[in-house]
Design a protein. Structure first.
Length: 393
């Protein structure tokens, strides 16, 4: 989905925020209706068709909703209906409330989404309903799209993303297979021996972020000083997110071009990153440690990497069961939980094979090893090059 930097004027920005408020208000109303329903009731909560009729009545009765775009408001209902469908399908979490300052965005679909004009080599413009023509930076080729989404991140930057499915990247045709082991310390270890890490904030940026967070804790809620500090923190966080997205794009493109088959662990990231706080009657254990692990998993872009691989290498991504891949020797196939001496070192006690622990797991993934409880494995595939132990400092 190509995304471009939007450059609205102050007047246009105020109109965009009104559109975001309309979309957020409609979403929250639909969520409130759906939340009042419980299993076992004879009547079902209203879905999109019925809610669309209610929206028409609400627009006729109120000036505030009527001043906004009907397309934006109807699309908010469609998005919520899809979110409910995804929740019952087991692919997404339960829909949640949308908050001002955090969820700022709306979607335009249909003929109105095709009102896009290229101005010159660097700039283009889009006609947004109830707002007018807004310029955006043409940082990549512009493709035809039937819908787009306008959003503002927490740092105050506006973006427009066109819903275009890019053409898959053709494989090299060499038949090479690569395994990708995702981790926390090492973002992605390849069966070729390469170890990849997501770029984060620099040491100076982390120091500044820590000082800003300390100042935020001492500031008074609702004050202008607190708002400025939060904006500065958001800018640093946005910089980190941009680097992670760029890393995901470059890594997924590289793997799609260099290998015909890409094998990854079949991980349920949504379940893995659930909170451990529990309930009042049954509180969780080691909640802070689990929260830190959840943040580390999300910061390494596990789900984003696989999603972009499936987009770019369509039909060439295979998911392998993750059981025992980190405990099995990639050379002799013996499973030994004591063989992993540390986070970085794997040393087989049967054949004395040593390697980087993450790379060893990646080789097992590349082999498509379906390891069972008795340690049986499939035939090992050849690695591109022999993985080596990490050099000591």
């Amino acid at each position: 989905m190509p995304r471009f930097h939007l450059a609205p004027t102050p007047v246009q920005e105020a109109a965009l925020l009104d559109q975001c408020a309309h979309a957020r208000y409609i979403w929250n109303l639909a969520l409130e209706q759906w939340s009042m329903w419980s299993a076992g009731r004879r009547t079902y909560p209203p879905r999109y068709v019925q809610q669309a009729r209610q929206l028409t009545e609400a627009r006729a009765a109120g000036d505030w909703l009527r001043s906004g775009s009907q397309t934006v408001q109807q699309q908010a209902l469609r998005n919520f209906d899809q979110a409910v469908t995804n929740f019952f399908g087991g692919t997404h979490r339960r829909p949640t409330w949308r908050k001002a300052g955090i969820h700022e965005g709306f979607r335009i679909v249909g003929p109105q989404a095709q009102r896009v004009e290229k101005l010159n080599r660097k700039w283009a413009r889009v006609l947004i309903p109830k707002v007018g023509w807004i310029k955006f930076r043409l940082s990549k080729p512009l493709a035809d799209a039937k819908s787009y989404r306008v959003a503002r991140d927490r740092s105050g930057r506006w973006h427009i993303a066109f819903a275009v499915v890019p053409d898959p990247i053709p494989g090299p045709g060499t038949g090479e297979v690569v395994g990708v082991d995702r981790g926390v310390t090492v973002s992605a270890a390849l069966s070729t021996g390469d170890v990849l890490r997501v770029p984060t904030l620099t040491t100076g940026e982390k120091r500044r972020l820590r000082k800003l967070q300390q100042r935020l804790a001492r500031s008074q809620k609702g004050s202008n000083r607190r708002a400025k500090i939060k904006a500065a923190i958001s800018r640093l966080k946005a910089r980190e997110v941009d680097r992670r997205k760029d890393w995901v794009e470059q890594t997924s493109t590289r793997l799609a071009r260099e290998f015909d088959v890409i094998r990854v662990e079949d991980l349920r990231i949504v379940q893995m990153t659930r909170s451990a706080k529990g309930t009042v009657d049954d509180p969780g254990k080691r909640v802070r440690q689990k929260s830190g692990l959840n943040r580390a998993i999300l910061a390494n872009g596990w789900g984003q990497l696989v999603q972009r691989l499936e987009d770019k290498a369509a039909g060439r991504v295979e998911k392998i069961p993750a059981a025992y891949t980190s405990q099995t020797c990639s050379r002799c196939g013996i499973r030994d939980r004591e063989a992993r001496e540390s986070q970085a070192v794997f040393r087989c006690r049967t054949c004395s094979y040593s390697a980087n622990a993450d790379v060893n797991a990646a080789v097992n993934i590349a082999a498509g090893r379906a390891v069972n409880a008795r340690g049986a494995t499939a035939v090992l595939v050849a690695e591109k090059r022999e993985p080596q132990l990490p050099t000591s400092a």
